[in-house]
Design a protein around this ligand. Structure first.
Ligand SMILES: [Fe+2]
Ligand SMILES: [Fe+2]
Length: 286
């Protein structure tokens, strides 16, 4: 069974295809985490992010179908409700007892849903919705913050103009951050697998935000951050860590961090954490 994205899944509606590709990408990442024997907080972060992105995609798609007057909207919405509930259940079960959730169960469910729903349920609306490019543009502007945070203006950074450096020595986390930041619209994204590489990427020019893992092999996040601060660089820094208690937060913030995000993350918690340490930006038009 070929579980990769292919032309047969393309609807031809760019915003929908972009969403579907991101869902496929997150699905592939669950596979990769399993194959790599990752710890539960890595796979948990991917599943939670997938769930957030499912919520965004369904919301976008339902507005598209509604505005285009698609006659089977009600039935399609109902399928979305059921699928969303099933993904929520898996995410919650995994969060509570990761050891009790069979990896094959997650994989099979997600695959059946992704492939069957796109091919069987999404494709039929293409004929009706394809010509309405005005609505395609409208739904492309809907963000995760609109769906999950009631569109708080504070969450609406100007993501496409943001220069972001991510330093994390875990390849699967790096891939997840890349997927999410590109999905948010970031164009200048620099990925580093170590502190040394992070310094090299910073030498290419300043960034607007640094996202850095706490525990890394060559130099940990604390020393990386201290070195940045000692150079007089006040760029906002978000630290990622498996520890999120008060004492750890204080230690990180006293060392120069602007905020700490505890793992496992989700797309929404990541979005909120990054947005929260950025200076107020003029809100983008929604
Ligand atoms: Fe759908
Ligand atoms: Fe869809």
């Amino acid at each position: 069974m070929d579980m990769r994205w292919g032309p047969k899944y393309e609807t031809g509606i760019a915003v929908i295809d972009k969403d579907h590709r991101i869902l496929f990408d997150l699905f592939e990442q669950t596979q990769q985490c399993v194959d790599d024997g990752e710890e539960s907080f890595v796979l948990g972060s991917v599943i939670a992010s997938l769930l957030d992105y499912v919520r965004l995609h369904f919301h976008r798609e339902e507005i598209l179908l509604d505005r285009c007057g698609y006659s089977a909207l009600g039935a399609h919405q109902q399928l979305h409700v059921e699928l969303k509930a099933a993904v929520e259940l898996i995410a919650q079960r995994f969060k509570d007892h990761p050891e009790r959730v069979g990896v094959r169960e997650i994989r099979n469910f997600l695959w059946v849903w992704l492939s069957e729903h796109i091919l069987g349920e999404d494709m039929p609306y293409v004929g009706v919705c394809m010509p309405r490019t005005d609505i395609h543009e409208e739904i492309a502007k809907i963000t995760l913050a609109d769906v999950l945070n009631e569109g708080k203006k504070r969450m609406c950074c100007d993501w496409p103009s943001l220069r972001v450096l991510v330093v994390d020595d875990n390849a699967n986390f790096q891939r997840l951050f890349k997927t999410l930041l590109l999905a948010f619209g970031v164009k200048d994204l620099r990925l580093a697998g170590s502190a040394a590489e992070g310094f090299r990427k910073l030498a290419h020019g300043p960034v607007d935000v640094v996202i850095c893992d706490w525990l890394m092999d060559d130099m940990n996040g604390l020393d990386f951050m201290k070195t940045i601060r000692e150079s007089g660089d006040e760029t906002p820094i978000l630290i990622l860590s498996g520890f999120g208690d008060e004492a750890f937060r204080n230690k990180a913030c006293n060392s120069g961090a602007n905020a700490v995000l505890e793992k496992p993350i989700s797309a929404n918690s990541f979005l909120q954490a990054v947005s929260g340490i950025l200076p107020e930006a003029p809100p983008v038009e929604i």
